[in-house]
Design a protein around this ligand. Structure first.
Ligand code: ADP
Length: 482
């Protein structure tokens, strides 16, 4: 591993620490929220609650004022006791007020200690007269924390009934102190739990990750006998399965690459040996500089260049470098010209290549690649056809799709071998007739070229009868259709 890679690996923090950090941050946010609501806003929330409650008691007494005097009296006592508040109800006639009922649940409330001076009742009455329920916070009264004063006026014939409710406010300091202490203890406990949880969770995640990382290092040095175990989490289990798949594919690729290299070197060595052998003979032995020997050297050189070209074509096609260069051309003419290239075989060796094409078909495709497809299929048919040396090429059109089929009368291909013939260097047997030299790459080039065109292709073969290779391209109905 390079230093740069090492540095990259060291930089990230350990998972345990990170996880603990996240959990601690989460706990801090929760404690902060609790602190804001429980401590900072405690006094305001408490005062608001008391205001609402006192106003409720005042309204309830107002409703009860319609009862008879005993019922009313007992209702006032009950409400005052229930809500720990002080209640005074006055009958106001003119400027005078007469106390009708008085319930005194707290020691020093503003009504009963009359600490707000003589005009106090008159002021309350004036304020309450104009509102539904008059509510006021009286600061610094006898309890030291102030109190909530509520008042309501109920009309009662000639006189008015004034209901005054006063609830002293308790001090929240003691509660705040208790909460401070509680928050301290809770935070400490939560942090300890967070540390333990961070340790347990990260252990469960990191253990399989560390094991997979060890296996991946083996893979990096070419050891494909590895097993990635992802542990109990779905994500790490999926990662393990993906890595196992990748290892399998890498191993296959490695084997294929080794086979490819040995096949290529074998195929390169044979013509090279012939060329060097014949050249030395021609140089050293007088009279061997014949046209036949020269022809062998030329043929073998051609074979070499065909092989190198095929290899280049295939690597461009499979490597994604080869982009389609589509043009409009006559597919039928393409087939005709390819057949014409083999005219010497027909004339000299008795091969018969027939074409059955009712019309001239125009397609839009990469002409060079399609030409190569047709060439490879026909040269295979020549290589593998039977004793009658017959090859038949047919062009059929169905629903705007043109199918080119190349049939021979050879030994055919066993069904179980059919799926593999398109692979690089796959050979079903050793029955090459070698009328045209083959490199073992022909069908692989055909497949890659047609896949690039998204064109359907296939083969049907009967052992002892022959094979038919075919491919399809959409017909360009009018040449101006483009
Ligand atoms: P090769 O140079 O060996 O012909 P190809 O890739 O063209 O390489 O073909 C792969 C294999 O498919 C051939 O070795 C042969 O076994 C089989 N094959 C291809 N075409 C035919 C055919 N027309 N008849 C029988 N077998 C064929």
């Amino acid at each position: 591993m390079t230093q740069k890679q090492n540095k990259k690996l060291q930089r990230p923090a350990r998972m345990k620490l990170k996880m603990f950090g996240y959990m601690a941050a989460f706990i801090a946010i929760v404690i902060l929220l609790l602190w804001v609501f429980q401590i900072v806003l405690l006094d305001d929330i408490y005062r608001q609650t008391v205001r609402v409650e006192s106003a409720g008691v005042t309204s309830a007494i107002a409703v009860a004022s319609k009862l008879d005097s005993d019922g009313f009296r007992s209702k006032v006592y009950n409400l005052a006791a229930e809500h720990s508040t002080c209640v005074s109800v006055f009958e106001i006639a003119g400027t005078k007020g007469r106390e009708m009922v008085s319930a005194h649940s707290q020691n020093l409330c503003v009504i009963h200690s009359n600490m707000l001076g003589n005009g106090f009742l008159a002021d309350i009455y004036a304020n309450a007269k104009n509102t539904n329920v008059y509510v006021e916070t009286v600061e610094g009264s006898a309890t030291g924390n102030g109190s909530i004063l509520c008042a309501k006026v109920v009309e009662n014939g000639a006189s008015d009934i004034l209901i005054v409710v006063n609830t002293p406010l308790a001090s929240v300091d003691a509660t705040v102190n208790t909460l401070h202490l509680q928050f301290g203890i809770i935070s400490a406990i939560l942090l300890i739990i967070a540390a333990i949880m961070a340790f347990i969770i990260s252990e469960r995640i990191t253990r399989p990750v560390a094991a997979m990382s060890r296996e991946a290092k083996k893979l990096a040095v070419g050891n494909y006998d590895v097993n990635f175990e992802g542990g109990e989490f779905l994500e790490t289990a999926e990662l393990g399965a993906t890595l196992n798949y990748a290892a399998e594919e890498l191993s296959k690729l490695d084997t294929m690459q080794k086979e490819l290299i040995s096949n290529i070197s074998h195929d390169l060595r044979t013509p090279l040996t012939m060329i060097s052998g014949y050249s030395e003979v021609m140089r050293d032995i007088p009279g061997e500089m014949t046209a036949e020997n020269m022809q062998i050297v030329i043929d073998e050189t051609k074979r070499l260049s065909t092989l190198v070209n095929d290899l280049l074509d295939l690597s461009r096609l499979t490597g994604g470098q080869r982009k389609l260069n589509k043009t409009v051309f006559s597919l039928t003419e393409c087939v005709r010209s390819t057949i014409a290239r083999y005219s010497h075989l027909s004339e000299n060796d008795g091969y018969s290549i027939t074409l059955d094409a009712a019309e001239d078909i125009t397609v839009e495709a990469d002409e060079m690649l399609i030409l190569q497809v047709i060439y490879n299929l026909i040269s295979n048919a020549i290589n593998y056809t039977g004793e009658d040396k017959k090859i038949h090429v047919s062009q059929t059109v169905n629903n705007g799709i043109c199918r080119i089929s190349v049939s021979d009368t050879g030994e055919g291909i066993p069904e179980e071998k059919l799926p593999y013939i398109w692979d690089r260097y796959y050979r079903t047997g050793d029955f090459h007739k070698r009328a045209v030299s083959g490199t073992g790459l022909g069908l692989s080039i055909v497949k890659n070229a047609l896949v690039l065109h998204h064109a359907p292709f296939g083969v049907s073969s009967t052992v002892g009868v022959g094979s038919t290779f075919w491919f399809e391209l959409p017909v360009l109905s009018d040449k101006n259709d483009k």
